[in-house]
Design a protein around this ligand. Structure first.
Ligand code: SAM
Length: 239
């Protein structure tokens, strides 16, 4: 979904960095050949755990950043909903995390208090790179992010405050475990945003059966961004 400009309020050096990182990410993704990707997806269908490992290998040196229009949209969701405590499942080189931190900074300016973004990444080399980019952004971004390194099933299992927004940009087999880890801390009315829910619908089946269950605790819409983007609102039936 194209948009004429960016809604993101940020100093010029951050905007330039984001443009450069999106460009690099797109170039990398375009360079992945069907010969590299197809076997991974096929393996996924037979064995999601082995498929995840193969995907780790293929993507270890890749950004696979959220596209710019989706990242802009996530920023808008944070600012409009006043989200101050945000969790990201899947941080990679930390591009989307910059948008999350900028959104939270905007909310702080409007409502006061301190916000926080919890990032999660299991690859040490990716975490290091992400930290470098956040340093380049400066205090406004760096100071608001707490990166939890390791498998998010463990790193999100404790020490969470009430969560206003959860971004699921993660390999499909970990998506539902990530939601389950955060669920006890999810504030009623919180947003859960999930990337790629049209293109990878069958791989996100377990997660989507929860988010789209008409008798469940989420109200969900699928937006027509590239590959699909799910916006789910947590509306628990029993409180
Ligand atoms: C799609 S990328 C995230 C991209 C990032 N949100 C962005 O827009 O820049 C997903 C990331 O999740 C990480 N990941 C996969 N399984 C994980 C797990 N169990 N715990 C933590 N991170 C994981 C991968 O290493 C990968 O870097």
């Amino acid at each position: 979904m194209a948009s004429p400009g960016s809604p993101v309020r940020a100093p010029d050096h951050i905007k330039s960095l984001l443009s450069r990182l999106h460009e690099e990410s797109e170039k990398q993704e375009a360079s992945i050949t069907p010969d590299q990707y197809a076997p991974v997806i096929n393996l996924y269908k037979q064995d999601p755990v082995a498929g995840s490992k193969a995907l780790d290998e293929l993507m270890r040196d890749k950004f696979i950043a959220l596209e710019k229009d989706k990242a802009d949209f996530v920023y808008q969701m944070i600012v409009s909903s006043g989200a101050k405590y945000v969790v990201e499942a899947g941080t990679s080189f930390g591009v989307s995390t910059i948008y999350l931190a900028l959104g939270v900074a905007e909310v702080e300016k409007m409502t006061g208090g301190m916000g926080k973004v919890i990032g999660t990444e299991k690859e040490r080399t990716k975490a290091e790179k992400a930290r470098g980019y956040w340093r380049e952004c400066g205090e406004e971004v760096e100071s608001r992010i707490e990166l939890r390194e390791g498998d998010l099933v463990s790193t999100l299992a404790s020490n969470l405050e009430t969560v206003d927004l959860l971004l699921l940009d993660i390999w499909p087999p970990v998506a539902l475990p990530a939601l389950k880890a955060v669920l006890p801390k999810l504030r009623p009315g919180a947003l859960v945003l999930t990337d790629n829910t049209i293109q990878a619908e069958h791989r996100y089946q377990e997660l989507l059966s929860v988010l789209r269950d008409p008798k469940g605790d989420f109200r969900s819409s699928t937006l027509p961004f590239k590959g699909g983007f799910e916006v789910s609102v947590y509306v628990p039936r029993s409180r």
